[in-house]
Design a protein around this ligand. Structure first.
Ligand code: SER
Length: 316
């Protein structure tokens, strides 16, 4: 990767990935794009363009204008929002992806897009979910993710596009909040812990899902993109995880810093059903073996950093 175009640059992943890529590859070599603008370092620290990913021509023109050699396609709706607007989600998630892949094919770009734990469903083995297993998701988001994994494989085999991807677990970060995901509680809980010392969880006690701190997610993207392609067997859908945790595990980790922290539960049936259809824990050995994936943050280390950073942020 020398010159990278990133879609969804103002989203939860994009807003941190753009800044990291600008550090590593140089500010002018990272073209941030989003459907909206904002008063954000993403917009002020290097090239930024307004691009709607459902407009293939606009995406093509922007990629061509800057002569990019890599596209990181992040623009998408998350699981809970997609359940509210399934047709819109299909059009945005699949339409955006095929447009970005077409641009990568025409301009011979390397390509990354994330899949998710959402690509699994209720018939998938739940514990230590294997890399290659049953994928019959029951959400629109999950259907988009499985179709996306296959489409990326197709563009590699059919057209030789160097497509790569991971199945992200719930991502936890303090810079930009996620929007409309099932795993968002694992971000909210830290803000509420600092602000109010208590949290009401919409996910039930005992519901395990994989999670990861954002610095590990960003490292995973860059490590996979820079990895030796000849060693990648599962190029578009590597299981990766840093921890498997339920709401009470977050509460226990937070209590080590805020002893009076309290958690209660008011379960949202829609997001609970989505969570229950996803794995409890992933087997990420293929990612470890094929490109050396190694997360740095476990629940304790992430919690210490999140609480410090959220406190600093709220003090400003
Ligand atoms: N974090 C995402 C969601 O909850 C899963 O990929 O939708």
């Amino acid at each position: 990767m020398k010159k990278i175009l990133i879609t969804g640059a103002l989203g939860q992943i994009g807003s941190e990935l753009v800044m990291k890529c600008r550090d590593v590859y140089g500010a002018d070599n990272v073209i941030a794009t989003d459907i909206r603008t904002a008063d954000s370092p993403v917009v002020h620290s290097g090239p930024f363009e307004l691009v709607d990913v459902t407009d293939r021509q606009a995406l093509y023109d922007t990629a061509k204008k800057y002569g990019v050699d890599a596209i990181i396609h992040l623009a998408a709706l998350l699981s809970a929002t997609a359940e509210k607007k399934p047709l819109f989600a299909w059009n945005l998630n699949m339409g955006g992806l095929v447009n970005a892949l077409e641009v990568a094919r025409e301009l011979k770009c390397q390509f990354f897009t994330p899949s998710s734990i959402g690509a699994f469903g209720p018939t998938t083995p739940k514990v230590k979910t294997p890399q290659d297993t049953i994928q019959r998701p029951t959400t629109m988001y999950g259907i988009n993710k499985v179709a996306g994994e296959l489409l990326c494989d197709y563009y590699f085999h059919k057209f030789g596009v160097d497509t790569r991807g991971v199945r992200f677990p719930g991502l936890i970060s303090y810079v930009t909040p996620p929007g409309g995901g099932t795993t968002d509680y694992a971000v909210e809980i830290y803000y509420k812990a600092v602000e109010e010392g208590r949290y009401t969880s919409y996910i039930a006690e005992g519901t395990y899902m994989d999670m990861m701190y954002m610095p590990d997610a960003l490292n995973a993207i860059l490590t996979l993109m820079e990895a030796d392609g000849s060693k990648l067997v599962h190029r578009n859908a590597f299981n990766i995880t840093a921890m498997s945790a339920a709401p009470e595990d977050f509460a226990a980790a937070i209590r080590k810093h805020i002893p009076d922290f309290e958690i209660e539960y008011e379960v949202d049936p829609v997001r609970q059903a989505i969570a229950e259809s996803w794995p409890d824990s992933l087997d990420d050995s293929a990612a470890r073996e094929e490109w050396g994936f190694r997360p740095e943050y476990d629940l304790e280390k992430m919690t210490a950093d999140m609480l410090t950073k959220v406190k600093e942020k709220l003090r400003k």
